[in-house]
Design a protein around this ligand. Structure first.
Ligand code: QV4
Ligand code: CA
Length: 512
């Protein structure tokens, strides 16, 4: 009995950190604002064949339609109900996507907005993605249903009812984040409604959740909800599998709430990762790539087995959330590829690749006034489909960073070196570094303004390898640079400071 209980408890706890990825895969991609039918097609035609493990999808539930500004991306963070009905598609299309992606081993992770409903100033009406009614004045969301009893208005002590001071943990959890109506998550009724929503998604076949605004929820309330979740659908997952939980907590230090308070529930986003990596690659604040030698916990990041990492996310690529100007994005494509390449080569963290749409930035006093612009859309407000060009890039305004050869090939690199520790570190004391992953892969960067010509021990078996950055292995040849590893494991690398991509990566599956 005791043993059974122990097994049960440890089973419940441990699996929430587990990605549920197929054993030969390691990274998910956030297909920000994509439609479900486009994601289904992408799983089959690209993500599955290229070894992507999963997709984080935009919030699937019904939200407030905002027309001023005109259909911003952030309207999806203002829930009206838990009906699966959004600009990305309806429930039928969502189900079809999950089935088709799961069938090719690419699992779906849902962005779950459970801290709040829409903003207090939303008014009343039926201007929502499924036409459900709402009345923010009365706190009325009949399609759930929630009423004024289900919100934190009584509990919050600030004059405005909004969070005014991030130094006060009570405010941060019990008051409204930018006026978003804050749910009373200690209530059985509210917990039940949220758990039912998440369990519907689990029954459809999703593999986990990003818990939006987790800092604004008490860790114990989150636990009360996640402990009600059913095991994953056994049509695709081993019986007893638990949903991956990764909680959005922005902890750069210096606030009342720290990321570690959430470790009991699942993984936590490590926002220091992208902010610091941006500084290093940009060479700001005196940072150098050689300092990356003890990257990870050595840099004050959270425990590796709790950490969820990314170079940029949908917020900080446009100045929302945290991170600031150092964050690397597709706008700085050369540096961005180095940053993502480094992340995918380095063993620390559970990794997510960002996939964006393009917008025109317009800076006024350092702030992008176009930070609200939504996905490529048709005149009726519907989201444009993702078209695929002959060269495999995306059209219609979709950036598709995950299809950039360098990034796609580094996803494969990470799969290839999975489980190998970091070995053969080398640096020049400045911005040239190299490291291996056991006898499976090796990567080398030249982020200096001078050329590089070095012979290093790679740890790889002798042979000819294709650099997967300047090209890749196709059949029996390399389309880019070729690297020869000697019988002692050493190889010569030359990287011009003006190379399109000043880094080289080789691995066991790109050997001729
Ligand atoms: C505004 C004012 C308020 C005012 C209100 C009056 O700012 O002070 O009281 O009007 O009505 C949008 C607008 C925002 C507006 C709000 C309510 O930008 O100006 O308030 O709506 O109408 C996204 C966007 C937000 C957006 C929100 C809801 O980033 O700009 O707010 O969606 O549409 C913190 C949190 C962290 C959060 C991060 C952005 O700790 O949890 O800020 N990140 C997540 C998501 C993020 C999302 C939310 C949380 C909210 O990643 O995308 O916010 O779900 O660091
Ligand atoms: Ca809250």
């Amino acid at each position: 009995m005791k043993l059974l209980l122990l097994l049960l408890v440890s089973g419940l706890c441990s699996a929430q950190y587990n990605s549920n990825f197929r054993s030969d895969r390691t990274s998910m991609v956030h297909l920000f604002e994509w439609r479900w039918s486009d994601i289904a097609a992408e799983c089959e035609r690209y993500l599955g064949p290229n070894g992507f493990a999963g997709v984080q999808v935009s919030p699937p539930n019904e939200n407030l339609i905002i027309t001023s500004p005109n259909r911003p991306w952030w309207e999806r963070y203002q829930p009206i109900s838990y009906k699966i009905c959004s600009r990305s598609g309806n429930e039928q299309q969502f189900r079809d996507m999950v089935t088709r992606c799961n069938n090719v081993g690419v699992y779906i992770y849902v962005d779950a907005i459970i801290n709040h409903m829409c903003g207090a100033g939303g008014g009343s009406g039926t201007r929502s993605t499924c036409g459900s009614s709402y009345n923010t004045g009365n706190r009325d969301f009949p399609a759930v249903p929630y009423s004024s009893l289900d919100f934190n208005d009584g509990k919050c002590k600030t004059p405005s009812g909004d969070i005014e001071n991030y130094g006060d943990a009570y405010q941060v959890r019990d008051c409204r984040l930018v006026s978003l109506l804050d749910l009373a998550l200690e209530k059985e009724y509210v917990r039940g409604k949220i758990a039912a929503y998440l369990n519907t998604l689990i029954s459809i076949g999703v593999a986990g959740f990003r818990l939006d605004a987790s800092k604004h929820m008490w860790p114990g309330d989150i636990n009360a909800i996640t402990s009600r979740l059913n095991n994953l659908n056994t049509q695709w997952f081993p019986s007893g599998s638990r949903a991956l939980i990764f909680q959005e907590v922005i902890d750069l230090g210096g606030e009342a709430i720290s990321a570690s308070e959430y470790f009991g529930n699942g993984r936590v986003t490590e926002f220091k990762y992208g902010a610091k990596l941006g500084n290093v690659i940009r060479k700001w604040n005196g940072e150098k790539m050689s300092y990356l030698k003890n990257w990870g916990e050595g840099w004050g990041f959270m425990r590796n087995d709790r950490s969820f990492v990314f170079v940029d996310n949908h917020d900080n690529q446009r100045g929302h959330g945290a991170g600031g100007a150092s964050i690397l994005t597709f706008f700085d494509d050369r540096l961005y590829k180095m940053g993502v390449g480094f992340m995918l080569a380095h063993p620390y963290g559970l990794t997510r690749v960002m996939s964006s749409y393009r917008w025109t930035r317009s800076f006024v006093n350092g702030k992008d006034v176009n930070d609200w612009i939504g996905p490529p859309m048709n005149t009726d407000g519907s989201t444009k489909s993702v078209t695929i060009n002959a060269d495999s890039t995306c059209g219609n305004g979709w950036v598709c960073e995950h299809r950039w050869r360098q990034i796609k090939n580094m996803v494969i690199f990470r799969n290839t070196v999975n489980g190998q520790s970091l070995t053969n570190w080398w640096d020049n004391g400045g911005n040239q570094i190299a490291f291996g992953r056991g006898n499976r892969g090796f990567i080398i960067f030249n982020n200096e303004s001078s050329n590089m010509d070095v012979t290093l021990n790679t740890g790889l078996p002798a042979g000819t390898y294709c650099d997967v950055i300047s090209g890749q292995k196709e059949g029996t040849r390399c389309t880019g640079t070729q690297i020869t590893v000697s019988s002692t494991g050493s190889a010569r690398f030359t990287i011009s400071s003006s190379a399109a991509d000043p880094f080289i990566a080789i691995h066991a599956n790109a050997k001729l």
